[in-house]
Design a protein around this ligand. Structure first.
Ligand code: UD1
Length: 426
């Protein structure tokens, strides 16, 4: 069981290079099965969720070879359409393989997906997207099955998403690449990871357009139109936002390399409102965040992109727990994403959760405690809080953090934090 120990109250200073984006890399890995050949991705993060997706692809008959951040996926021998249960339970996002397998082999099945325990997380929009591609997608007991009608492949159509679900948009995109005719996805998600996926798909020969808007269109191509491709995954905006929150909690001056500030507009606006200074470096896309004093409280609400990302809600709660004055957070995307509040309370935080709203009375200083990571972003948020707290914090169950952060201790100790893995093997 992996644990992290943190000694707080050390201002952060220096430079952090941001790993490749998890939420961009995973759907690209799934999309690789569309092509009877080789896809190469670079800047792939070395994290548990990527390991899990590689294991799934291997179990389907692909061959994945990773050297550092470069991952080669050869899907020419893909033969299986059932995603093994053990992996689905570990990683919910594996469900988007259904659309890709439907396109490549005409059918797919999996058990009901698992993942982080943050809300009920239904899959109705995924099924709707697949049904909209002329496939028959249904839930049978705990299995999800999808097959093309009358033995044909998927066919283009208009898919209207009642909510801009990231996963359902990806599902529809992957299912539409090899469909017959044109597909329009209305009400699509506009997250930067969707834009990257569209660019990646075009790079392998797919005909996709409209990324960054809520209307995507895909003109189906034949499998022989797809070709071997290479794509470099962009920096992880959520990891960058987490480390920026760490600077807010601990104070300091840190250069962030390899992430795109454009993708962090709304979080950056709020960091500045709380007292941070953020400025671009003269050359390149790097930027710097600095804050000298305890931040001020904020009011914020999560929303689909370009709104405030739900994945940064817990890291924000963590630094706001030690901020001056009161803060209010409304979570509109995942209804049960306030579990971190009870762990922060062990450090002295005063947070009242009522339905979708958390009211925070800033306490200074928070005090180190023994806390438990319950989910990926919530776990990282505990490290953020600990950096701004007096004394020692021990975070248990850090396997959740490892699902999405390459090495949170490596990254934060590089800027002067006293943070270390407690277990010998790390
Ligand atoms: C993705 C991200 C996750 C992020 C989330 C929202 C990946 C691997 N994960 O998750 O980090 O927090 O986007 O930005 O990219 N919903 C339905 N029915 C569905 C699908 C979703 O009701 O069929 C609801 C969900 O319960 C949730 C909301 O839609 O309330 C948003 O979910 P969605 O955008 O699909 O998130 P994910 O793709 O699962």
């Amino acid at each position: 069981m992996s644990r992290i120990q943190i000694q707080g109250f050390r201002p952060l200073k220096g430079r952090i290079s941001i790993q490749g984006s998890k939420n961009a890399a995973l759907p690209m890995m799934a999309a690789a099965v569309l092509h009877r050949g080789v896809t190469v991705l670079s800047n792939v993060p070395l994290i548990q969720d990527v390991e899990c997706m590689k294991a799934i692809l291997n179990s389907l008959g692909c061959r994945c070879i990773q050297k550092g951040g470069v991952l080669e996926i050869d899907a020419s021998l893909l033969h299986t359409t059932q995603i093994p249960d053990c992996f689905m339970k570990q990683m919910r996002s594996a469900i988007i393989l259904l659309g890709a397998l439907l396109g490549r082999l005409g059918e797919a099945s999996c058990c009901y997906p698992g993942g982080c325990l943050i809300g009920s997380r239904p899959i109705d929009l995924h099924l709707k997207a697949l049904n909209g591609l002329g496939a028959l997608a249904e839930e049978e007991e705990l299995q999800v099955r999808v097959r093309a009608r009358e033995g044909r492949g998927p066919t283009g159509g208009t898919i209207v998403l009642a909510y801009p679900s990231v996963g359902a948009t990806e599902q529809a995109l992957l299912g539409a690449v090899l469909a017959e005719g044109e597909t329009r996805i209305l009400g699509a998600a506009r997250e930067p990871e969707i834009c990257q996926l569209c660019r990646f798909l075009r790079g392998m020969g797919a005909r996709v357009k409209g990324e960054g808007t809520d209307c995507l269109s895909v003109l189906g191509v034949k499998s022989f139109d797809l070709h071997d491709s290479f794509f470099s995954v962009g920096g992880d905006r959520i990891v960058a936002g987490t480390y920026m929150a760490a600077v807010m909690a601990a104070t300091g001056d840190v250069q962030i390399r390899g992430a795109d500030l454009e993708e962090l507009k709304e979080p950056a606006r709020l960091f500045m409102k709380a007292g941070a200074r953020i400025r671009r470096e003269e050359r390149g896309r790097d930027f710097r965040i600095s804050i000298k004093e305890r931040p001020r409280g904020l009011t914020l609400e999560t929303a689909p992109y370009p709104g405030f990302p739900t994945d940064l809600q817990s890291p924000f709660m963590a630094f706001l727990a030690g901020a001056m004055g009161e803060s209010c957070i409304r979570e509109t995307v995942f209804e049960e994403r306030f579990a971190t509040a009870s762990q922060l309370e062990k450090m002295g935080a005063r947070i009242k959760v009522e339905g979708l709203t958390a009211s925070i009375k800033g306490v200074w200083p928070l005090m180190g405690a023994r806390v438990t990571a319950g989910d990926l972003r919530g776990g990282a948020a505990l490290a953020v809080a600990a950096l701004g707290a007096g004394g020692t914090t021990v975070i248990e169950e850090c396997r959740h953090i490892e699902r999405g952060y390459e090495d949170i201790c490596r990254d934060l100790s590089a800027v002067g934090a006293e943070i270390r893995w407690m277990d010998a093997e790390k």
